[in-house]
Design a protein around this ligand. Structure first.
Ligand code: NIG
Ligand code: FE
Length: 403
């Protein structure tokens, strides 16, 4: 049973804790057996049976649960650096999409890429995420938008989940936008989602969740209600891209459908906040998207005050958030969302785990939880998020094994 000792601060991030309490233990030790944590506490209290076990000296550093990026669009063809330049010059995300760029241009590039090309590209990104201390990644489809190409993206995730040490949690986002070939026949596209794709994806276990983007230029609330109700009837969990660029009733729909999470929420209404608090839906904040689009940040203080758990994720994608740097998102969440370091750490661990229905096994460093953790080269959580460096993660333990 290996042991880590001389930990300056260990964040246990207990499931169900108030968001501002990351369960920090000073002068800590932790022991695990195979892939499960067995003991966590103050170093002087380490039980005798662990004292002669192989032990690693953490030299007064920080230990945290393996990070969970609970909202990404990991698999896509091409990039959209041209749009970055256009936005700097003053064009908006919506204007670029209307002019033929945006999500539909990534759909063209993703359709043109082979499964092998997409898998190699996503695997390289997963390698880099792991170096940052990320051990679980939710990943959405939504750049295929037809039967063959949505299945191709989900197949990339299925293969990578077997081949790569990072755990993937796939989400079907066929309702990302209406693909170009269906602009005049939206209902036919929604029929395709409801009658063919959702039943097949659920039957073959290719996704655990179904997501929909409610926005001008994407889907209306009533279209999303139809798609997501169908997904729920096939046993998929529900997520919604809600209120990102305008207040569109997405949060209220998430509450009505008992969604696991509502994501973005930069323009959530007070009624939406109240609805999420009632339904127990997790709010997933995506500060990199706000930063890159120079848009509003989520009203995290209002959500937390109302009792809504707030996760933090990257939204990694080629358009609105072309960075997978979750620690950067964490520092932005502190500064712009006014979340404390403890709130943010819970947001990328146990609350993020709740956003993917896995908070009973990951996201907390407590006995019985999976032995996924990261050793961070900082003396405390506060110092880590304040003194931002390219990568402070020194070592990652995944399923009880050092990477
Ligand atoms: O979460 N808002 C919709 N989807 C993504 C952006 C995807 C893209 O621009 O390619 C998001 O921001
Ligand atoms: Fe997204």
């Amino acid at each position: 049973m290996p042991v880590l000792h001389n930990i300056a601060q260990l964040a246990t991030c207990p499931r169900g804790n108030p968001q501002n309490d990351a369960g920090l233990i000073a002068n800590a030790a932790i022991a695990w057996e195979e892939d499960i944590i067995r003991w966590v506490g103050h170093a002087p209290d380490l039980p005798p049976e662990f004292r002669n076990e192989p032990s690693i000296d953490c030299e007064q550093r920080l230990v945290i649960p393996g990070l969970i990026d609970c909202h990404t669009h990991l698999c896509f063809g091409g990039w959209r650096g041209d749009e970055f330049a256009l936005r700097i010059a003053g064009a908006t995300y919506q204007e670029i999409a209307e002019a033929g760029g945006g999500i539909n241009s990534t759909v063209t590039a993703t359709r043109a890429a082979s499964l092998g090309q997409l898998r190699r590209k996503a695997a390289t990104i997963l390698d880099r995420m792991l170096e940052l201390g990320i051990t679980t990644v939710e990943c959405k489809s939504g750049y295929g938008l037809d039967l063959a190409n949505e299945l191709k993206q989900l197949e990339v995730y299925r293969q990578l989940n077997q081949a790569h040490v990072v755990d993937l949690i796939p989400t079907f986002l066929g309702a990302h936008v209406v693909p170009k070939e269906h602009t005049g026949s939206r209902d036919r596209y929604i029929d395709l989602l409801c009658n063919e794709l959702i039943p097949m994806i659920a039957r073959e276990n290719l996704a655990l969740f179904c997501d929909a983007f409610i926005e001008d230029g994407a889907f209306t609330g009533s279209e999303a209600r139809r798609i997501l109700s169908c997904a729920a009837s096939h046993g998929l969990g529900i997520k919604i891209h809600a209120d990102q660029l305008s207040t569109g009733g997405g949060a209220e729909l998430a509450a009505e459908l008992r969604a696991v999470s509502a994501e973005h929420l930069e323009y959530i209404s007070d009624e939406g906040i109240e609805a999420l608090a009632q339904s127990g839906t997790v709010a997933v904040s995506l500060p990199l998207a706000s930063c890159y689009l120079d848009e509003a940040y989520i009203p995290a203080r209002k959500l937390i005050s109302a009792g809504v758990p707030v996760a933090v994720a990257t939204d990694f994608n080629p358009g609105s958030a072309p960075s997978f740097h979750l620690p950067l998102a964490m520092t932005l969440a502190c500064i712009h969302q006014r979340m404390t370091p403890e709130e943010v750490l819970n947001g990328v661990t146990t609350v993020a785990a709740r956003a993917v229905c896995a908070d009973d096994r990951i996201g907390s460093l407590l006995p019985g939880f999976r032995a996924d953790l990261a050793l961070i080269d900082a003396p405390s959580l506060n110092h880590w998020l304040y003194h931002f460096v390219p990568n402070a993660c020194l070592k990652v333990l995944k399923n009880g094994k050092w990477i």
